[in-house]
Design a protein around this ligand. Structure first.
Ligand code: MSP
Length: 512
């Protein structure tokens, strides 16, 4: 099966933080799981490089916007490498391929009457790059601090006829839910989107006069304007997947990938991904069956409040990896938050989860299993039936069910139940006692094979979560078979297989 996965593309007006890192790690775990399953995965991620904020940040630093975004982009690229994010295509919106596609989409929508030009006067939020209406005023009648500087402006712009699609969008959302394939996951977010669509009244301004913003993609039908950054950014999902918007174009490669699963944060569901994007696609001729699915994750907060530059509480993921390692960082970001919900970031939690789950549970199981096999059998295991085989198969199935539902945290729990059961099994069977009694030789063989085989299967299950450590475990098991879900079947470690030497994979983190 083809599986097309994207993440939100990150604004390049500031350095990456753990929110960005979480989203990429989550998408990477999902993509890696689908590869294990044998799907043809196309994982697209990238950076959102245009727009007013970027232009302003560049100005502040006294550099050209292109130079400014190149600097921030390199920070993102290096972070994804550090975090072992394995993507198949990189969406940087200054790319000429993207620019060409966006302009062709704009041209198509212009020619088919989806845009009109009109004069607009009103309050404009420089920070959010949008005109404000009375709906945006707070109870005190003022525009809140979230809008930043608000100025009164009057200008001509191009508008996208959104409101006419309102009923279609409502029907589409309902039809997808009724068919058991919600447009938005987790499905508790469907109601939130639906409410917003119910209130949809105005159209969307999709242009910015160059006098105010130059750093964008020029409208192909009016060189005095660039397009609004969201129109530009959302289009990345199709432009980098080979989409050609020209009517009648051959889009075979694109259609072999599309439709995508978009992994996004809860703040960009309404309106961009939940309203603008499906309407943009529909206006370009996409049918209802060609609409994507939105997987909406929650936020990492710091002590219950938002991370922000002004609060000085931004957590730098590159620093985390430097201090604690990539396994600790990935494992924490994936296990300590339920997909869709918010969580509080804390270094103490990261250390606790690493020491408990990786160093103690998994690390200890690996170390004691290999050491005992070495000590009692010179490292060679004898193929035997196991009392744990059925339990492990059941947990593998639960792991897959959770991964299919994008509940990565729950999949991790299923895998760790195997680890817990195996550590319990070591205590129950006490191989050190069995080794002393020649009558128990067969039983000891059974225990050692069970542990080695369980670790082999675990090394597959943890591949999407902590790929590098999974590889290290397989190497200690001297297992060179293919790494696929099919290999989670019990009993694939051959009779007489020689295990490698134990080397600690998860040294304990001593907290300060
Ligand atoms: N550039 C837009 C997205 C365009 S997609 C066509 C954008 N960029 S962003 O840099 O502000 O955010 C990128 C992603 O990171 C978004 O999905 C956002 O929800 C996510 N996060 C930003 N802060 C976050 C947390 N504190 N926690 C989790 N994710 C968060 O929006």
């Amino acid at each position: 099966m083809n599986f097309f996965l994207t993440t939100a593309i990150d604004y390049t007006n500031g350095a990456p933080h753990i929110g960005h890192a979480y989203e990429k790690v989550l998408a990477d775990a999902i993509a890696r799981y689908r590869r294990l399953k044998g799907d043809a995965v196309f994982f697209l991620t990238g950076v959102d490089q245009h727009g007013q904020k970027v232009q302003q940040s560049a100005q502040k630093q006294g550099v050209a916007p292109a130079e400014f975004v190149a600097g921030i982009t390199s920070q993102f690229l290096s972070l994804w490498k550090t975090l072992d994010i394995r993507y198949d295509a990189w969406a940087a919106t200054v790319d000429p391929v993207h620019k060409h596609c966006v302009q062709a989409m704009l041209q198509r929508l212009w020619e088919t009457g989806h845009f009109y030009k009109a004069k607009q006067a009103g309050y404009y939020s420089v920070r959010q790059e949008q005109f404000l209406t009375d709906k945006e005023r707070g109870p005190d009648g003022e525009f809140g601090p979230e809008w930043g500087e608000v100025v009164l402006i009057e200008e001509e712009n191009y508008f996208f006829k959104l409101a006419g699609h309102r009923q279609w969008l409502l029907d589409f959302i309902d039809a997808r839910s009724a068919a058991g394939k919600p447009f938005v996951l987790p499905d508790f977010r469907v109601a939130e989107l639906r409410n917003a669509v119910e209130k949809l009244s105005g159209d969307l301004c999709i242009s910015r006069p160059k006098s105010r913003l130059e750093w964008g993609i020029e409208l192909p039908f009016d060189k005095d304007f660039v397009t609004y950054v969201w129109f530009d950014a959302l289009s990345n999902y199709v432009s980098f997947a080979g989409y050609d918007p020209t009517p009648g174009a051959d889009n075979a490669v694109f259609h072999s990938r599309w439709p995508a699963l978009h992994v996004i944060g809860k703040d960009i569901l309404v309106p961009p991904h939940g309203i603008y994007w499906p309407i943009m696609l529909r206006a370009c001729g996409f049918s209802d069956t060609e609409m994507p699915t939105l997987l909406v994750h929650g936020w990492w907060n710091i002590a219950g409040s938002k991370m922000s530059k002004s609060q000085g509480n931004i957590v730098d993921p590159a620093e985390l990896v430097k201090t604690f390692g990539v396994a600790a960082t990935r494992y924490y970001l994936l296990s300590d938050i339920a997909t869709g919900r918010d969580a509080d970031f804390s270094e103490e939690r990261l250390i606790l989860r690493y020491n408990t789950d990786l160093a103690n549970s998994l690390g200890n199981l690996l170390n004691r299993s290999l050491s005992m096999a070495k000590r009692y059998r010179g490292g060679a295991v004898k193929k035997s039936a196991s009392p744990l085989a059925a339990f492990i198969a059941e947990k593998c199935a639960a792991y897959c069910r959770h991964m299919e539902a994008f509940e990565v945290h729950a999949a991790i729990e299923s895998a760790w139940e195997i680890i817990g059961r195996c550590n319990g099994y070591v205590e129950e069977t006490a191989p050190w006692k069995l080794a002393k009694d020649p009558a128990c030789a067969e039983k000891l063989d059974g225990v050692l094979y069970t542990l080695a085989e369980a670790l082999r299967i675990l090394s597959i299950l943890i591949t999407p979560i902590i790929p590098e450590s999974a590889e290290a475990i397989r190497s200690q098991l001297a297992w060179e078979g293919s790494v696929t879900l099919a290999q989670c079947e019990w009993g694939l470690l051959p009779d007489g297989h020689s295990l490698g030497d134990p080397v600690p994979v998860f040294p304990r983190i001593e907290s300060k």
